[in-house]
Design a protein around this ligand. Structure first.
Ligand SMILES: Cc1cc2nc3c(=O)[nH]c(=O)nc-3n(C[C@H](O)[C@H](O)[C@H](O)COP(=O)(O)OP(=O)(O)OC[C@H]3O[C@@H](n4cnc5c(N)ncnc54)[C@H](O)[C@@H]3O)c2cc1C
Length: 564
């Protein structure tokens, strides 16, 4: 039975950064991932990472932009931590070997990004996440004596002992189907977001909310779950992301009349207003009949205004994506895009050291809600979030481990419980619905009713559908009855996690009777600070999700009207 001081579930940027920090503190570390670590969704991050590195920048300006971007729902103490520690963190990664783009003077180059008051985004062409993830993976190999990697192991549940402490997990070796108990003094969840609960989404197939649901099921509260980010530039059919870096380099958004419609809603920042603002403006053009394409369901992103040489150098991945997935050469003609699900601001509620209310259970990265993004995340702030809070969680968990003995746990009963759950799924009769059908209906429901615009009626309908899908998911059947690489059975578990996340999102969206950040309620179109300047927390009660509130921490920036 493997035992560690710190066991990390997830090997994207948050998980790997946490592992490195914990190992550097001398802890014994286990890091587990259901896919090979460098296939984590972090690898897809394109545009870059924010830090006030420039000599004429100041972290307070970055913090203010983040607070404003969050529509004043972000906790300002956490935002101060993230932004003040950002420059050092990015430089440290560069020293580890991330080849950030440099300008003609040899300094780290910075590109413009949405909602930022100056150029503040460091980047490696448009493969920033990949560059960072590979460098961190090399660093972990250097620590092979203290960091044990469990690649292609799937965590099925978290273990909480009689003292109420998280003391390990149950996991399945994907290759063989063998299940094992992993005990740990501390567990850090770094399982990423839940984008696959939507269809389409920019998120990889593995982004299924596992960590959020596993924490919720053992009693950890979720926060800001109603806040789901729609990215303004996704390919119309597939939802594939065209990085904000394109607009950062100067690309325009045009409606069917060839107008730069952002003039109406964000005359100063135009295409570089925050994502919630741009996505809403696009959806209004589409809804009011000024969209482009066959059913007027798209908007043109015009990258031809960026010098071709620069596009080929700094945006080469999206040149390939445009060609391969839309048949468009973006250096010569505009490409059709629309808003698409991209990121969830909500997640497992934590403090600035990644601690959840359950002792020994931490969360960092997209799975967590610190909350630094509040109602809307600024582009290039997520990679930063993964590193800062990944590192802080790793350090804190290692320090906690040093003060305690091995955790108490009756391991056998938990193992048998999860083994039985998987066996039951594998042997289900084929008379219900297939996992894939339920997943599609879930994604389409969420994309229709819990999207850019929402209202009570649509959300109530979505809640009913999600409730039905939850029951159907509990009896859904699969084809593969084997043990070796049985992704089918894992897909059934993932469906259960996604349904939990979707339910929490819809419940919170119904609860918040105002419009703020990514939540725009057509039936409550104004922001209402008097009643709703507070977080919505969702906990699992006897009969389902229970709502409570927690205050927003305000340090230096009082809420004001948000204009771009
Ligand atoms: C296409 C795209 C482009 C983006 N571009 C940017 C950008 O330019 N800048 C920016 O700041 N942000 C960007 N983002 C957002 C950012 O990339 C993510 O929020 C961030 O990388 C999430 O990192 P993470 O470490 O939290 O999780 P992930 O990278 O998603 O990793 C999750 C890990 O958890 C593991 N895992 C999950 N469930 C289980 C389980 N049950 N058992 C075992 N392991 C499990 C997975 O295997 C994986 O290793 C982008 C996102 C997308 C989708």
């Amino acid at each position: 039975m493997p035992a560690h001081d710190v066991l990390i579930i997830g090997a994207g940027l948050a998980g790997q950064r946490a592992a490195l920090a914990a190992a550097q503190q001398g802890a014994s570390v286990g890091i587990m991932s259901k896919v090979h670590p460098v296939r984590s969704h972090s690898v897809a991050a394109a545009g870059g990472i924010n830090a006030a590195i420039s000599v004429d920048d100041d972290w307070r300006s970055h913090a203010y932009d983040t607070v404003k971007g969050s529509d004043f729902l972000g906790d300002q103490d956490a935002i101060e931590v993230m932004c003040s520690e950002a420059p050092q963190e990015v430089l440290e990664l560069e020293h580890m070997g991330v080849t950030f783009h440099r300008n003609d003077r040899g300094e780290m180059d910075l590109r413009a990004f949405g909602g930022a008051s100056m150029k503040r985004t460091a980047y490696v062409a448009d493969i920033t996440g990949q560059a960072m993830l590979h460098v961190l993976y090399e660093q972990l190999m250097k620590h092979h004596e203290t960091v044990e990697r469990f690649e292609e192991w799937f965590t099925t549940s978290l273990l909480v002992n009689d003292e109420g402490e998280c003391a390990g997990v149950i996991a399945r070796d994907v290759r063989s189907g063998r299940m094992e108990v992993f005990t740990a003094k501390n567990v850090i969840l770094a399982c990423g977001g839940a984008g696959q609960a939507y269809k389409p989404t920019t998120n990889g197939l593995i982004v299924t909310g596992d960590g959020i649901a596993m924490a919720y099921r053992v009693g950890a509260p979720l926060m800001d779950m109603e806040m789901v980010q729609y990215h303004p530039t996704c390919l119309v059919e597939t939802g594939i992301l065209i990085t904000e870096g394109a607009r950062g380099e100067g690309a325009h958004l045009l409606n069917a009349n060839g107008e730069r419609f952002m003039e109406k809603s964000a005359p100063n920042k135009m295409e570089l207003a925050s994502r919630d603002v741009v996505s809403r403006a696009e959806q209004i053009e589409i809804n009011e009949g000024r969209g482009v394409g066959p059913n007027g369901s798209g908007i043109f992103l015009d990258v031809t205004v960026v010098p071709r040489k620069r596009t080929l150098e700094a945006l080469r991945e999206i040149v390939n994506l445009g060609r391969d997935f839309a048949g468009v050469d973006i250096t010569r003609e505009p490409i059709m895009i629309r808003p698409g699900q991209h990121y969830i601001m909500g997640g497992v509620k934590t403090d600035v050291d990644g601690r959840t209310p359950i002792d020994g259970l931490y969360a960092a990265g997209e799975v967590a809600c610190v909350s630094v993004h509040g109602g809307n995340r600024l582009g290039a702030n997520s990679l930063l979030d993964t590193l800062i809070f990944g590192r802080r969680s790793g350090e804190h968990a290692a320090a906690r481990a040093a003060t305690m003995g091995p955790p108490k746990l009756d391991t056998g009963s938990y193992l048998r419980r999860d083994e039985a759950t998987l066996e039951a799924i594998i042997s289900r009769p084929r008379d219900g619905r297939r996992v894939s059908e339920i997943k599609d209906e879930l994604g389409e429901t969420m994309n229709k009713h819990a999207a850019v615009f929402r209202d009570e009626q649509g959300l109530r309908g979505a809640l009913e559908t999600v409730g039905r899908l939850k029951e159907e998911a509990a009896g859904a059947w699969i084809d593969d009855r084997g043990t070796v690489f049985n992704q089918d059975v894992l897909g059934a578990l993932e469906l259960g996690y996604m349904v939990d996340c979707a339910e929490a999102t819809v419940v919170a969206a119904i609860e918040r009777k105002e419009s703020r950040g990514a939540q725009f309620r057509t039936d409550y179109p104004e922001r209402n600070d008097e009643e709703w300047l507070k977080h919505i927390d969702i906990s699992l009660g006897e009969s389902g999700p229970e709502v409570s509130y927690s205050p927003v921490t305000i340090t230096q920036w009082q809420p004001e009207e948000r204009k771009y």
